[in-house]
Write a protein that binds this ligand. Sequence first.
Ligand SMILES: Nc1nc2c(ncn2[C@@H]2O[C@H](COP(=O)(O)OP(=O)(O)OP(=O)(O)O)[C@@H](O)[C@H]2O)c(=O)[nH]1
Length: 404
Amino acid sequence: MLSRNLPTVSPCPSRAEVLAFSLYMLSRRLWLSNPTAKVRPLFRPPLYRTTALVTLRCTYGTATSSKSAQLAEQLEQGSRYALAKSITLVESSRSDHRALAQELLSTVLKRQKESKDAKPTFRIGLSGSPGVGKSTFIEAFGMYLLEQGHKVAVLAVDPSSSRTGGSILGDKTRMTELSRADDAYVRPSPSRGTLGGVSDVARNTNEAIILCEAAGYDVTLVETVGVGQSETMVAEMVDMFVLLVGPGGGDELQGLKKGIVELSDMVIVNKADGKLEDAARSAAMDYTSAIKFLQSPSPLWKAKVVRVSSRNNIGIDKSWEIMKSYFDTMTAAHKLAEKRGAQRKVWMWRQITSELVDRLNGDENVKKHVAKLESQVFDGKMTSGQAADSVVDVFLNKVKENKI
Ligand SMILES: Nc1nc2c(ncn2[C@@H]2O[C@H](COP(=O)(O)OP(=O)(O)OP(=O)(O)O)[C@@H](O)[C@H]2O)c(=O)[nH]1
């Protein structure tokens, strides 16, 4: 990136310097266009080279920051176009995009900190197996929130899209009514090629949440599907984690899936209508009694269970009432800010770990060294611990020599 490659010369040139340089360039141009004329460059400001450099530096150095300031401004004005563009920057793997995204995030965070009348924001994670009715619920719930005067953003965390290029959540048209509403923003799943691993998905989503909030969306719904670590990941980036289950009952109460109920601050039994109503009632009772014996994510809150028919718009208001009550309880005890701070720290360390491993894996010398060590470990000539120490030593030595 140009602003990175140019030497840092500060401060910016004074007006007099810029004027002197411009006069010099003008007289030079006149002279070059007509060398016989007696308009030779009359003077050469002693600092003109530096001035040129400084001018360039200022022009290109501020190009990124003025672009990011402009985007931040448009975001604050609630431009959906600016929001989509900003999230694309955050998701991009291009280094100039990432640099711009980082500038933008810094500007946005600074403005949020300085703003005295910032609206409170609420981040809600929503998970459930495929087909349980997540889109239908979000559509109905989102429209209800709009009626209550909220601005709603919907983001999707779909680890399948980074692994396979396809996506469980994003391949079909979803939430059509909500997508068209003025005060809603529905972000489709990131497409192929924009993501790396799970850690990148998390980073992008965390940053996208900040951008949505900067654009005035006070409720952000982060939707995920119960695949791999995605539920735990989402639970660790939101204020409240909601699990959507079907009326068939209780799969989530068995074995491995039990952990996900334990993470949940609320369980919504969806499809509580028609022939499924009785089944939904008994599933709700099963969840309510099971939750009594599970550990709560917070000592201040015991998970609630609610029956909903997203298709018939039943129980949507009750769901919001419970969510608001959670929000009020946690805010009154100053627990939300604490939770967000702790989450940021956790993600910082995960990002550090993943970034270090990426750099380590990307280094050619380390790769060669690892290849040798792997065969020694395989043959039992070296323990895995010894090999790991050796790889890290090689890597750190290169870092010390400023080669990485
Ligand atoms: N009876 C009934 N059916 C529902 C309800 N909510 C959703 N459905 C149906 O359940 C099916 C799946 O709904 P979706 O909203 O697409 O489910 P999803 O969880 O988003 O599914 P994926 O996008 O595949 O993860 C659709 O046929 C919906 O019409 C409900 O409240 N009652």
